[in-house]
Each structure stands twice: as C-alpha cells, then as structure tokens.
Design a protein around this ligand. Sequence first.
Ligand code: HEC
Ligand code: HEC
Ligand code: HEC
Ligand code: HEC
Ligand code: HEC
Length: 170
Amino acid sequence: MKLNVVNVLIPIIAIVFIFALWVLFAGQSPIIQPISYNHKVHIEEAGLECIDCHKYAESMTRASIPNIDLCEDCHGDEPISKSPEEKKLIEFIEQKQNIPWKQIYSVPDHVYFSHRRHVVIGELNCSNCHGNVSELTAPAQYPFLIPSMGNCIDCHKQLKITNDCLACHF
Ligand code: HEC
Ligand code: HEC
Ligand code: HEC
Ligand code: HEC
Ligand code: HEC
C-alpha cells in the first residue's frame, strides 16, 4: 500500500502552524495588577515625577517599581479618597505585605539593558519605550514597545548605535 503524502503532510503542517501561533501569542495575554494603580492622579494631583517612584531609572540598570514603604507616606490608616482600590492598598499596608506587582516589561537574564544608559547617556524619554504613562488611569495591560530583540535592533539601526551581539548579550 502506498502512503498518501498529502494525508501525512496536512496534519504535520497543521501542528506546525498551531505551534507557531502559540509561540507568537503565548506572551500576549493581558496582565492584571493586584491594585488598579492610577498614574495620572499621582502625577497631576499628587505632583509626583517618574523618578520619585521609579527611583533608579536614571542611575541604574533597573528603574524599580515602588511598594508599600513608599505608598504609606501618603496612604496611612486614614483613606484620602473614596476609591475601593485605595482600600485594598491600605489592607496591604496594615498587613505589612508587599503588593505583588507583575512586571510588564522585562528582558531575559542573558540580555543587558540599562536604564541609565538610555535615559541619561542616550537622552531618550520614558515615553519612547513606555508610551504616555502620565495619562494612564489604570495599569497598562500590554507593553507599549515590546522589549524584543527586533525592537531593540530597529531603534539602534535608526540611531546608528551598535548592534554587536556582545553589546546586549553576555
Ligand atoms: C506614585 C508612584 C509612581 C509614579 C510617580 C510613577 N509611577 Fe510608574 N508605576 C508605579 C506603580 C505602583 C506601578 C505598578 C502598577 C502599574 O503597572 O501601573 C508602576 C508601573 C510603571 C511601569 C510598568 C512597569 C512594568 O514593567 O510593569 C512603567 C513603564 C512606569 N510605571 C513608568 C512610569 C513613568 C514613565 C512615570 C512618569 C511619567 C511613572 N511611571 C510615574 C508607580 C509610579
Ligand atoms: C505623595 C503622596 C502619594 C504617594 C507617595 C502615593 N499616593 Fe496614591 N494618591 C495620592 C493622592 C493625592 C491621591 C488622590 C486622592 C483623591 O482622590 O483626591 C491618590 C490616590 C490613590 C488611589 C486611588 C486612585 C484612583 O484611582 O482615583 C490609589 C489606588 C493609590 N493612590 C495608590 C497608591 C500606591 C499603590 C502608591 C505607592 C506605589 C501611592 N498611591 C503613593 C497621593 C499619593
Ligand atoms: C530604550 C527603552 C526604554 C526607555 C527609554 C525607558 N525604559 Fe523602562 N524599561 C525598558 C525595558 C527594556 C525594561 C525591562 C528591563 C529589564 O527587564 O531589566 C524596562 C523596565 C521598566 C520598569 C519595570 C521595572 C524595572 O526596573 O525593570 C519600569 C518601572 C520602567 N522601565 C520605568 C522607566 C522610566 C520611569 C523611564 C524614564 C525615566 C524608562 N523606563 C525609560 C525600556 C526602556
Ligand atoms: C528608542 C530607541 C532604543 C531602543 C528601543 C533601545 N535602545 Fe539601546 N540604545 C539607544 C541609544 C540612543 C543608545 C546610546 C546610548 C549611548 O550613547 O551610549 C543605546 C545604547 C545601548 C547599549 C550600549 C551600547 C554600547 O555602545 O555599548 C546597549 C547594550 C543597549 N542599548 C541595549 C538595548 C537593549 C537590550 C534594548 C531592547 C530591550 C535596547 N537597547 C533598546 C536607543 C535604544
Ligand atoms: C540591541 C540589543 C541586541 C542585540 C544587538 C542582539 N540581541 Fe539577541 N536578544 C536581545 C533581546 C532583548 C532578546 C530577548 C528577546 C525576547 O525575550 O523576546 C534577545 C534574544 C536572543 C536570543 C534568544 C532567543 C530567544 O528565543 O530567547 C538569541 C539566541 C540571540 N538574541 C542572539 C543574538 C545574536 C547572535 C546577536 C548578534 C547577531 C544578537 N542577539 C544581537 C537583544 C539584542
């Protein structure tokens, strides 16, 4: 009996196709934060700047995400708003439990990325990679610019920055 090539190939192609789709979309389900944090209100009403909370964005590789030790400066035992999200925050603070923020932007360990290098030496704005964060009234669910190798390389090409493998990889 002769094997029918088409009948064998179709399921193989289908499996490869589904696998490719899975690889493409796996990392793209929306990220939901434990508290619906509002950037806009803290910049416009509390008068804070990015660097007040993301303390290392100009001096280190990691910008860092603030937690209850910073929040409790203004959100103590007495709520200052009617927001149910602030209630959740106060519960975290009372239990001395850190808020388990999920990180939206991240690169794997084998990649070297420095905020200081890009923000101070490269003179880029946060918005080049993170979009207009000061207008966000709820946490971003997807990255503005996905920190993929292709996106790093595209910008480096445009600005004539090195794309030597060893600049980004140890
Ligand atoms: C009052 C403190 C505060 C200020 C001011 C602040 N942020 Fe944030 N930021 C947070 C908190 C809390 C989170 C985590 C929740 C979220 O994703 O919204 C966060 C998350 C982020 C993230 C997502 C990080 C990740 O990978 O999950 C980016 C990017 C960011 N902030 C950029 C900025 C920029 C740019 C500014 C200035 C325009 C700014 N932030 C001002 C507190 C602050
Ligand atoms: C410098 C003071 C200050 C700090 C520090 C601060 N906040 Fe606030 N926060 C405010 C002010 C002011 C408001 C607006 C209150 C109002 O509605 O009038 C606010 C409102 C909120 C609300 C309700 C917002 C809404 O959706 O309307 C949440 C939730 C909140 N803050 C979370 C946080 C978290 C989380 C942190 C720490 C990462 C933090 N805040 C740090 C001053 C601060
Ligand atoms: C050239 C693009 C670029 C610029 C400009 C940039 N970031 Fe980032 N940001 C990234 C990448 C890539 C990551 C993931 C880094 C990692 O995993 O180490 C990140 C991560 C973050 C995080 C998550 C926590 C952390 O430290 O990893 C915060 C918060 C953040 N950036 C804030 C800022 C702020 C505030 C500015 C402006 C002062 C800024 N970023 C400018 C690309 C950028
Ligand atoms: C929006 C444009 C932009 C994006 C996106 C970007 N970069 Fe850069 N990058 C720059 C600029 C501008 C400099 C130059 C800073 C300087 O003069 O040293 C730089 C410099 C660097 C350097 C130092 C290069 C050297 O000369 O040794 C490394 C490493 C680097 N970037 C890694 C990354 C990685 C990893 C990503 C992606 C996660 C990334 N960059 C995304 C603009 C960008
Ligand atoms: C400007 C920065 C940059 C340069 C230059 C760069 N890479 Fe990457 N590379 C990245 C980032 C960021 C990732 C992680 C991408 C992700 O997680 O989606 C990555 C991932 C990889 C991976 C792992 C792929 C995977 O699926 O995780 C390999 C292999 C790799 N790079 C090889 C190279 C080689 C070879 C070169 C030189 C020809 C190079 N890279 C140049 C930023 C860079």
